[in-house]
Design a protein around this ligand. Structure first.
Ligand code: 6PG
Length: 473
């Protein structure tokens, strides 16, 4: 990122606890003809003193304690009005505490989510700054040049106060988990049930990358599935152990969704899929227990072209549901914290630079431009039309996968989410009745105002009641 800043014409100082890393950055800058813009420092003091006032320092260290240690080291030399910007994947509440803490010294603070990986940082990431609006004014002209550029501007905007930037980046990552899981399910159905080989899969993902699914993750998937192993015959992806790791932002997103009472089944199932994948030895043992069950494999007589078209539609529709959930989490938090987040603006800055960048994000931007108060992306007229067009394919893929034992948890979670959301009447009446039966939790009626309680069974609680006698096996 330092090289990116230097390349945009801003002089920059760099510091790392390990001086060899600082030297490496300086050498790289020289190699790229940016030597006059980037200077390395051996001590925090010299680094801070080298900066123009108000000093603007971006820190990129591991979230948590290392951020606090870095702030302590910097603030020894920083002066009132100077600005600290944390560019890591930090928990939003930590940022809120730091905003208050550094304010005691007159310092300003921003928690800025940065997405795009190493290549994004160098060429243009998507940036989600939150915290002091005054501090943002001092970095705006820099980050607007450093960020990825799309047709309607740079992929950066002030998100909101406190930890808004980190919160939004966290949900970005939750959506990233959903996207990755959905793509892997599409790959599994095509490979396992459709019998497509790696070359065919690469061709499918390449074609999809020229469609409504055009996105960074679909693009890299087309490259990944076609990459030959350079150490043994075959494709590299087939040699990779099927256990997914995670660093925490996806888990936080699901936890926050639950805290806010916002349903996020696509992201939750993607997180669970990672946890289940991690149980490799258990899964290997379990696969030897259930030998009488359906074993997933190529489906006889499958129409490959139809299957590819169906999976494409199922993937797109599932993705719409996932983004609807993500946007609703952000909306709920924004209301709670009075962040006043512009959801359409957010979709715009995710159009470039970040891991979830996709053509489709412009459709989300348009949906919120049509109606900023949209209760859910699902009911935007354009998305509603597309979901209805995808429905038959989506159900065919779900039915095929379920029948043949291929788990597609995020596609089916999305479909159930859609079916639940669009259903006027749910079986929640029975749950309310059960709650009232055993806990006097009361219920409402269609035909009368107020809350009601019923004694459902006169014998309930007495000696001859089935519910108190227990069940003897
Ligand atoms: C990004 C990525 C990046 C990283 C996350 C997710 O936007 O550039 O989201 O932040 O890949 O740390 O990592 P895990 O999959 O390990 O949780």
């Amino acid at each position: 990122m330092a090289l990116n800043v230097a390349e945009k014409g801003f002089p920059i100082s760099v510091y790392n606890r390990s001086y060899d890393k600082t030297e490496a950055a300086v050498k790289r800058a020289q190699k790229e003809g940016l030597g006059d813009k980037l200077r390395g420092f051996e001590s925090v003091k010299d680094f801070v003193m080298s900066l123009q006032k108000p000093r603007r320092v971006i820190i990129l260290v591991k979230a948590g304690a290392p951020v606090d240690q870095t702030i302590d080291a910097l603030s020894e030399y920083m002066e009132p009005g100077d600005i600290i910007i944390d560019g890591g994947n930090e928990w939003y509440e930590n940022t809120e505490k730091r905003v208050t803490k550094v304010a005691e010294k007159g310092l300003l603070y921003l928690g800025m989510g940065v997405s795009g990986g190493e290549e994004g940082a160098r060429r243009g990431p998507s940036m989600m700054p939150g915290g002091s609006p005054e501090a943002y004014k001092h970095i705006q002209s820099i980050v607007e040049k450093v960020a990825a550029q799309v047709d309607d501007g740079p992929c950066v905007t002030y998100i909101g106060g406190g930890g808004a930037g980190n919160f939004v980046k966290m949900v970005h990552n939750g959506i990233e988990y959903g996207d990755m899981q959905l793509i892997s399910e599409a790959y599994d159905v095509l490979r396992t049930l459709g019998g497509l080989d790696n070359e065919e899969l690469a061709a499918v993902f390449t074609e999809w990358n020229q469609s409504e699914l055009k996105s960074f993750l679909v693009e890299i998937t087309s490259i990944i599935v076609n990459k030959k192993d350079d150490q043994a015959p075959g494709y590299l992806v087939d040699k990779i152990v099927d256990q997914t790791g995670s660093k925490g932002t996806g888990k936080w997103t699901v936890q926050q969704a639950a805290e806010l009472a916002v349903a996020a089944p696509t992201m939750a199932s993607a997180l669970d899929a990672r946890y289940l994948s991690a149980l490799k030895p258990e899964r290997v043992s379990a696969s030897k227990v259930f030998t009488k069950c359906t074993q997933p494999g190529p489906v006889a007589g499958v129409d490959k072209a139809q299957l590819i078209a169906d999976v494409r539609a199922a993937l797109y529709a599932s993705k719409v549901c996932s983004y609807a959930q993500g946007m609703n989490i952000i909306k709920a938090k924004s209301v709670e914290k009075k962040w006043n987040i512009d959801l359409g603006g957010l979709a715009r800055i995710w159009k470039g630079g970040c891991i979830i960048r996709a053509q489709f994000l412009d459709r989300i931007r348009q949906a919120y431009a049509r109606d900023p108060e949209l209760p859910s992306l699902l009911v935007d007229p354009a998305f509603a039309e597309e979901l209805q067009a995808a429905e038959a394919s989506w159900r065919r893929v779900a039915a095929l996968a379920i029948t043949h034992g291929v788990p597609i948890p995020s596609m089916t979670s999305s479909l159930s989410y859609f079916d639940t959301y669009r259903r006027e009447k749910l079986p929640a009446n029975l749950v309310q009745a059960q709650r009232d039966f055993f806990g006097s939790h009361t219920y409402q009626r269609f035909d009368k105002e107020g809350w009601f309680h019923t004694v459902w069974d006169e014998t309930f609680g007495s000696a001859d009641s089935i519910t108190t006698s227990g069940y003897v096996v």
